[in-house]
Design a protein around this ligand. Structure first.
Ligand SMILES: C[S@@+](CC[C@H](N)C(=O)[O-])C[C@H]1O[C@@H](n2cnc3c(N)ncnc32)[C@H](O)[C@@H]1O
Length: 227
């Protein structure tokens, strides 16, 4: 092999390693934040409860009692406990150990298992799940492309993706983000509903529906797609 090819491979290798290190550093800083706020998360999301109930109705027509479902970034179980009895098995994951331990404490559903997992590096095998749920997470991960490729990897062909996200620019929502950013919260991508639908479509998700749902602190784009 020529020196040029060897040097090029070396430089590319170093750059890939550098960007992976950067992404890992961001992820561990984010994890610290979510571990710190875990005990405040349920009370902070109290005003969103009725919105979440309407939100899950969007995906119910696509879920059946024989499905194995993965949830990513489950928080303290806001959607987990609303979806559990609609499917066969639900594995709910989050990279925050504190979020997962609160979920375990509150869990009364026999078909739900909780697990600490980083969305960028899922430990599940390929084509394992009939559906993946990832609610209000895609905007706060440092590498959403990698997260989406992991979702596509673990979903079966024609599997369902339910990926709602807060999108609307309300002053209440922006104030909450501004305040949380002061204490370490990071939003990596600010999506409008149109940008989010386009982003998912450009990344190989066949959009089934993306209705706007009234919620607090902002409305949600209830995106449902297939891989
Ligand atoms: C805004 S909360 C959403 C929680 C819940 N899904 C909801 O809709 O209320 C974001 C959640 O994603 C988790 N999270 C953030 N980055 C993550 C990552 N890289 N891997 C796994 N979970 C992550 C946080 O710990 C937090 O529980």
């Amino acid at each position: 092999m020529s020196d040029f090819v060897l040097n090029l491979a070396f430089v590319l290798g170093v750059n890939v390693k550098k960007s992976l290190n950067k992404s890992n550093k961001k992820s561990s800083r984010d994890k610290k934040f979510w571990n710190k706020v875990a005990k405040f998360y349920s009370p902070a999301m109290k005003s969103s409860e009725s919105g979440y109930k309407v939100l899950v109705n969007e995906v119910l027509p696509y879920l059946t009692k024989d499905m194995k479902v993965l949830e990513i970034g489950c928080g303290t179980g806001q959607l987990t406990f609303l979806l559990a009895d609609k499917v066969d098995k639900l594995i709910a994951t989050d990279f925050s150990e504190n979020m997962i331990s609160i979920c375990k404490k509150n869990n009364e559903c026999k078909n739900v298992k909780f697990k600490v997992e980083d969305a960028h590096d899922l430990t599940f095998s390929d084509d394992k799940f009939d559906a993946v749920v990832i609610a209000n997470v895609m905007h706060i991960v440092p590498n959403s492309d990698k997260v989406l490729s992991e979702i596509k990897r673990v979903l079966k062909k024609d599997g369902i993706l339910f990926a709602p996200i807060f999108t609307t620019d309300t002053s209440k929502f922006n104030f909450r983000i501004w305040f949380l950013e002061k204490i370490g919260f990071k939003v990596y991508k600010k999506f409008s509903d149109k940008q989010y639908i386009k982003y998912m479509g450009n990344n190989g998700i066949k959009i089934i529906s993306a209705n706007m749902i009234k919620s607090e602190p902002s409305d949600e784009c209830a995106l449902i797609g297939r891989v």
